[in-house]
Ligand binder design. Sequence first.
Ligand code: GDP
Length: 456
Amino acid sequence: MGKGAIVYLWYLFLCLKGTLDRRIRVMVKAVVGANWGDEGKGKITDMLAQNADVVVRFQGGANAGHTIKNKYGKFALHTLPSGVFNENTVNIIGNGVALNIPILIGELEGIVAKGVPKPIVLISERAQIIMPYHIKFDEYEEERLAGKSFGSTKSGIAPFYSDKFAKIGFQVSDLWDSEENLKEKIRNVSVQKNVLLEHLYHKPPIDVEETYKTLMQYKEMIAPFVCDVSSYLNDAIKEKKTILLEGQLGTLKDCDHGIYPMVTSSNTIAAYGGVGGGIPPYESMQVISVCKAYSSSVGAGEFVSEIEDETVADELRHRGGDGGEYGATTGRPRRMGWFDCVASKYGCRLQGTTDVAFTVLDVLGYLDEIPVCTGYEINGEITDQFPVTRLLKIAKPVYETLPGWKCDITGIREYEKLPENCRKYIEFIEKKIGYPITMISNGPARDDIIYRTPSI
Ligand code: GDP
């Protein structure tokens, strides 16, 4: 063999090794939403959590919920990571979460009471606490805005994140500070809060003693779970453990990249997983963006592909998800729409999508034909680029209509066994959004899943 051939073979070996190393190195996976939330992330996380060592919640609070159906029953989780159903998985509340302590503990006790083995839970000492007055401020502000409200879930999320960035929040670690220091901090925060309570909302001021007492109860509740999460995750990465970052809501609710101001107060994109979990940015990540086969949105805000005919919308709402499209936290009926390729392409791009999990496809089996929004008409021009809110307000949907498959696809486990029109629907959407659909969810249960080799 000539010298040139040896060098070439060596080069080939290094290339292959590089690819393999990269694949092996993907120990951090993120499951995030590419739409408005409620895409079925809980089901996909619960499914992938079976092979994960660690599941991390990295943003948001108890204002949205995942619905999970598994061998223990049906659960609505608001704060607990979806790995809590696996005995060996470590479930982490990262520093980026808005931590509502009574809700977390209530949820934990609730699942154990329903027969789930007591899960392993760790809470970051740097996570910040939703204070009782955050929830009150949320309620008072919605009351003040009346008809012009943002449709808040009144969980205290916006006041919480405002305080965090104004540097007057309370970290979990503060609960271990001295009585004197903690009371002093509550007193200082109260000075400015009481001005608003008295003069803007005409409500009673913050009671320092009462707040301190509540914090001490919180301390007792979470003491067994608190640790240095970032350090734990650093070790887990070194030990080549599989880490799953679990997102809440979706790209279109991200406070920077979503439909501002109808957004949540945190970042819902996978890039924030590092910040909100405490993982360095150089860890390579597999990003699984969950896209629902049709659209739904909760609360006010621009929704270009919303179904205008209420009878049509109501039928999809009624048949949607597992038992209808109603909020897991609030029970509010969700607004319904057709699949939006423009919003989903944008949603996938911002997430840094490596894989799309296409969910709730089984629901569409009743339709003769299915409109898909492929563009927006803005000022007479058609675009497939998702615009800023100002332009979204005047955007009109451009639809292409695909034939339905008119049968029940639940129970099918191989892609080729799906009806032809159903495969065409998937492949059409995959091409339009430009990201590979590698998983198709055709039912709410863990094993209602079809893995597929993407065509792009
Ligand atoms: P999340 O916040 O993204 O987890 O979304 P939700 O909790 O709102 O989940 C959507 C609903 O759809 C839940 O009730 C799930 O059990 C259900 N679901 C998830 N995947 C599928 C699916 O493929 N088919 C059906 N019919 N329901 C699903």
